[in-house]
Each structure stands twice: as structure tokens, then as C-alpha cells.
Design a protein around this ligand. Structure first.
Ligand code: SF4
Ligand code: SF4
Length: 134
């Protein structure tokens, strides 16, 4: 007999927040794993894309500690392949927004040396600040 998992209030609140921010009905995910199977950045991730969907569905806020949402490059490979028409990149972006709104940045400008800054293309620096800082 299938086990029914009941979310507590905080879990429901987290799930609803991510669904609202992403615009995705995350509960439609059937955990087929297609997104994880085709993600070109999977080797850099600590939690795979389908697990991200599952943990958000279960209201597990500790998923916010994963680096996957920062690694996701919004390449949309998973989006075009998802049989449920879900966009994992939007879910990643919603998770990033929650973190950045808490004033928790993924990169620290102070840690970039002048030498490194000179080597980096300016578009990479601007892109990184837009994505990784609030
Ligand atoms: S491909 Fe779509 S339905 Fe399948 S696990 Fe990923 S998000 Fe869920
Ligand atoms: S959009 Fe993100 S999760 Fe989806 S395949 Fe690309 S990098 Fe992976």
C-alpha cells in the first residue's frame, strides 16, 4: 500500500512559495528522472534536478543548502524533454531568489583578486553578479 506523506505547515508554505515564484506546478512532477538524465551540468551538482523537484514537493527546506540551484545554467535541456512540461530552471531560479532575498550571496566580491578580475571577461563578471548576488 502506498504511503501517504503529509507535509507540515512549514513544508506546505515552502512548497507554495516556490510554486508561486517559479510559476511551475511542481506537484505534477512524476519523478521520471528525464531532467537528471539529460542535464549537461549534472557532474557539478550535489543534488540532481529531479531530486530538487522531489525535495521541494516534500517541503524540505534544507534543499536550499544544495549548490545545484547555483550550478543550473538555465540551458532548458530538461525543460524541452520533461513529459510533464515542467521547467526545472524556473524552480532553480525561484530557490536562488529565496536565498538572495535572505541576503545570502553565492559569491563574495571581496574574494575576487585584482589579478583574477583582470583575466575575467567583463560579461562573465556582470553575469555572475546578476545571478549570484542579491
Ligand atoms: S523530467 Fe519533469 S517529470 Fe520528470 S523528474 Fe524531471 S521535472 Fe519531474
Ligand atoms: S536547465 Fe538547469 S537543470 Fe535543466 S538541464 Fe539545464 S542546467 Fe540542468
Amino acid at each position: 500500500m502506498a504511503k501517504i506523506i503529509k507535509l507540515d505547515d512549514k513544508g506546505v508554505e515552502f512548497l507554495e512559495k516556490i510554486m508561486e515564484l517559479s510559476g511551475e506546478i511542481i506537484t505534477l512532477c512524476d519523478q521520471c528522472g528525464t531532467c537528471s538524465g539529460g542535464c549537461p551540468f549534472i557532474t557539478e551538482m550535489d543534488v540532481n534536478p529531479s531530486q530538487i523537484m522531489r525535495q521541494v514537493m516534500l517541503g524540505q527546506k534544507n534543499i536550499m543548502d544544495s549548490k545545484t540551484m547555483w550550478i543550473c545554467a538555465s540551458c532548458f535541456t530538461c525543460t524541452v524533454r520533461c513529459p510533464r512540461d515542467l521547467d526545472v530552471s524556473k524552480v532553480s531560479e525561484a530557490l536562488r531568489q529565496v536565498k538572495l532575498r535572505e541576503a545570502i550571496d553565492f559569491i563574495d566580491i571581496e574574494e575576487i583578486s585584482d589579478e583574477e578580475a583582470k583575466k575575467l571577461p567583463s560579461i562573465a563578471i556582470v553575469g555572475a553578479f546578476r545571478k549570484f548576488t542579491g
